[in-house]
Every structure is written in structure tokens, then in C-alpha cells.
Design a protein around this ligand. Structure first.
Ligand code: NAP
Length: 245
């Protein structure tokens, strides 16, 4: 059966690794990026080398109307949508009292509103196909909070509530909705922190190191597979044991 997936923020890091993992599992893949077009095109070329179709879309998730349009475009160009990975995101290290309302709103729009809007557009395609998987990429910070990123932690925690709500609403259609909470992962997002205090960070992690993006992507791809058919509304941590619930 033909399978099509959309991965937001597929140009780099966890999203790029997820796009490749899904392609290896037989998905045609659309990826979105915000500014790194060349990186996105390189990922698309890798997807095609794996024998799958690739679609690249520029979508700034800070604009909900463009998010809506981008998901529709992905589904139309791929010829359907069976999996949606709401992965794109960014961090901003700011003490909570210095977070401006603009920063707060932008963070929530990119992280939470975009996932909601994307799911709203994607779900009818999944219902029509009789198969659907939605994976929201949240964060360790949704579970621990963040003294220097209250807006990030709050938006990522919101994703967990959205995940459970959509899981309940879409279960009658056989669509599963789950969240993944990565811990420290070796991507551009925290390259600087890992370079500056990599040893200190590794010492806090029972497995003694940051994750590779592929290790997070493997869990996301599993949740998008047939094998994960009875898992829904779950939050799965991929954090090397730094927080055990
Ligand atoms: P990354 O390497 O920095 O990549 C971020 C991706 O999101 C890029 O594809 C980027 O596009 C896209 N993006 C950023 N802002 C966007 C916007 N406004 N509109 C559309 N796309 C946007 O990050 P990553 O580490 O792979 O993170 C992926 C997800 O995992 C994020 O949601 C992040 O919060 C979460 N996470 C990461 C870690 C970690 O340690 N790395 C830990 C916990 C959770 P461009 O390439 O065009 O800029």
C-alpha cells in the first residue's frame, strides 16, 4: 500500500533523520523548511536515492495560514497523507521574566498552533485512506520545565495535551496520535551547549551521552509504522534515562 508522510522541519536534525527513516520504511515524504532550502533539498535527494518520492516545501510555521496551505500542498503533491510528524521547532534561552509577549506568542504559534492546524488539515486525508499516524515532537522540557525557556516548555507541554485530545478524537478512525520527548540530542539546536559543556551534560545522563538524531527518528518512524497500531495517546521519552517516569 502506498504511504505518504509529511515531516515539518525536515531539513535538519531529528526531522531530516525521520524523513530518511520513513523513506527507508517505504514512505514517500514531504518535508518543510523555513530558511535552509539547500539542506532541505539535500535531504530530498537522499529520500529519492532510497527510491521514494520527495517533496520540498518552504513553510514558516509562524504563519498558520501558510501552515494550512503547506499541509494541503504536501498531500496533493504526494497523492495523500498517511503520517504527519510535527517536528519543526526552535529554542530561545531567556529568563522567564524577560520573555516578551511577542516571543511567547511566536513560540506557541510555531510549536503548538502549527501542530494543531497541520493535524486539522491532515486528518481528513488519513480518514479517507483508512490509516493515519500523527507524531508530535515535544521535549524533555515539557516534563521538567525550563528556567531559561518557559515559553518553550509551556508550548511543548501543550503538545502533550493536544496529543491526548487528538488521540481520543481520532481513535474511532483508526488514527493514532503520539508524542515523543527527546532529551539532549546532537543537532544544530544545542550544538553550542554540547560543545561548551558536553562533558557536564553527558555526566547527568545515565547513558552517558547525547542522543544521535537517528535514535529519536527510529522511535518516531516506529510510531508511524503498522507495528505501532495499538499505541495511541502516549508520550514516549527518548532521553538516555535523564528522567524516568
Ligand atoms: P534543528 O536541528 O534546529 O532543526 C529545526 C528544524 O525546524 C529545521 O528544519 C528548521 O528549518 C525548522 N524550523 C525552525 N523554525 C521553524 C519555523 N518557524 N517554521 C518552519 N520550520 C521551522 O532542531 P532539532 O534538534 O532537530 O529539533 C527537532 C524537534 O525536536 C524540535 O521540535 C525540538 O524542539 C525538538 N527537541 C530537540 C531536542 C534536541 O536536543 N535537539 C530536545 C528536545 C526536543 P530550517 O532548517 O529551514 O531552519
Amino acid at each position: 500500500m502506498k504511504r505518504c508522510a509529511l515531516v515539518t522541519g525536515g531539513s535538519r536534525g531529528i526531522g531530516a533523520a525521520t524523513a530518511l527513516r520513513l523513506a527507508a520504511k517505504g514512505y514517500d515524504v514531504a518535508i518543510t523548511y523555513r530558511s535552509q532550502r539547500l539542506a532541505a533539498e539535500a535531504v530530498a535527494a537522499e529520500v529519492e536515492r532510497l527510491g521514494r518520492r520527495a517533496v520540498v516545501l518552504q513553510v514558516d510555521l509562524a504563519d498558520p495560514a501558510r501552515t494550512r496551505e503547506g499541509v494541503r500542498e504536501a498531500a496533493d503533491r504526494l497523492g495523500g497523507l498517511h503520517a504527519l510528524v510535527n517536528n519543526a521547532g526552535y529554542v530561545q534561552r531567556v529568563p522567564w521574566e524577560e520573555i516578551s509577549l511577542e516571543d511567547w506568542e511566536r513560540m506557541h504559534t510555531v510549536t503548538l498552533t502549527a501542530a494543531f492546524v497541520a493535524a486539522q488539515v491532515a486528518a481528513p486525508y488519513m480518514i479517507e485512506a483508512g490509516f493515519g499516524r500523527i507524531v508530535n515532537v515535544s521535549s524533555l522540557r515539557a516534563l521538567t520545565g525550563s528556567a531559561h525557556g518557559a515559553h518553550y516548555a509551556a508550548a511543548k507541554a501543550g503538545l502533550l495535551g493536544l496529543t491526548k485530545s487528538l488521540a481520543a478524537a481520532l481513535a474511532p478512525h483508526g488514527i493514532t496520535v503520539n508524542a515523543v520527548c527527546p532529551g539532549f540530542t546532537a543537532t544544530d539546536m544545542n550544538r553550542e551547549a554540547l560543545e561548551r559543556r558536553g562533558k557536564e551534560i553527558a555526566a547527568q545522563i545515565p547513558l552517558g551521552r547525547a542522543a544521535e538524531p537517528e535514535e529519536v527518528a527510529a522511535v518516531i518512524a516506529f510510531l508511524c509504522s503498522d507495528e505501532a497500531s495499538y499505541i495511541t495517546g502516549e508520550t514516549i521519552s527518548v532521553n538516555g534515562g535523564i528522567r524516568m517516569d
